[in-house]
Design a binder for this molecule. Sequence first.
Ligand SMILES: [Fe+2]
Length: 380
Amino acid sequence: MAIQQELSMDLPVIDLDLFLSKPRGSEEVINECKKAADALTTYGALVLHDSRVSEQDNSTFLDLLEDYFAQPTEILKKDERPELSYQAGVTLENTEKPKCAVDEPCLRIIEKLDPAERPLDISAHSPDPKCRFFWKMSEKPPYDTQFPVLNAPNVVPQDEGLRERWTPIMEQWGKSMRTAVADLAVMTAIGLGLPAEIFRDAGKYGPHLLAPTASDLVKYGKEDTILAGFHSDLNFLTIHGRSRYPGLHIWARNTGKRIPVRIPAGNYLLVQAGKQLEHITGGLIKAGYHEVVVNEKTVSVIEARKAQFPDRPLIRISSTFFWHLSSDYDLAPIPELAARAQIIREEQARLGKEEEQSVYEPVKVGQQVQNELKHIALMA
Ligand SMILES: [Fe+2]
């Protein structure tokens, strides 16, 4: 597809209900799948409608995580697993660095943006002031994996009150997100003209993670505070439920515009393309850049929640889920997609929008993940 010069600032909404309820080969379904693939190609993101996902489950999940992260640091520290590169349990604030701060191609992307459309300055920003919990939502591979660290067991919090609620709520919400994003992987494959199950199969034993992040808005609630600096995700597809606080900005490929994300209320989720999808499509779909900051709207929601829920912790939870390809999968561009990517690059160059030329060397997914983790300081 051709990337238009002027794009709508609203992300396309993809209807998973339609995909699941109509015959696979019907024109409606094929068109919806193409719309999904085009949205990921053009924006690196889309809004997904799935009526199986309940708003109440999202709310229960956000309450649990607010309670968890409201605990004192000494308690949270017990759930840290640095020896597993923090791939299970909690990561406390100021550990993870936004890769872009030290990454040349990424800094060039920022430089090319109009100053008014740039992310908040990450050059002086050391690690992100956000905490995170990694809860694995993976199926154990029936073979010996070369990457056992990425497939280590889950950590359940120590606190009695939380312990009981923890696993059922994490599993319930995690499964909703996993099902939705895996179905979208099928839609994307169909939309790209590939065998329907190619991506879902490649991710069958992926180390998928329910990975909520938490930002303490008492400490970090001032306008223009960076909660997560400009970056793109290292996995295949990332899916988010609606956060209680706005603040996520994305950059659609080639628009040069910063887009504040608005997810409609109800059964809507946000999906973003990650590096593994970029790699396997030879750059036809690019991983989407984004940041989480305290903006004007975040500040007004903080004030509103303070008044409405004075007893609740003032913590911004983002219900992120990272869907991965299996660690032992051989990642390499699909030739037909790489050829289409090349055509788009040439088209862009003619329009004077030269893109960074990335090289997508064949690599095991587990190796690609480990390389990225070193970059963001989670792995020594
Ligand atoms: Fe991210």
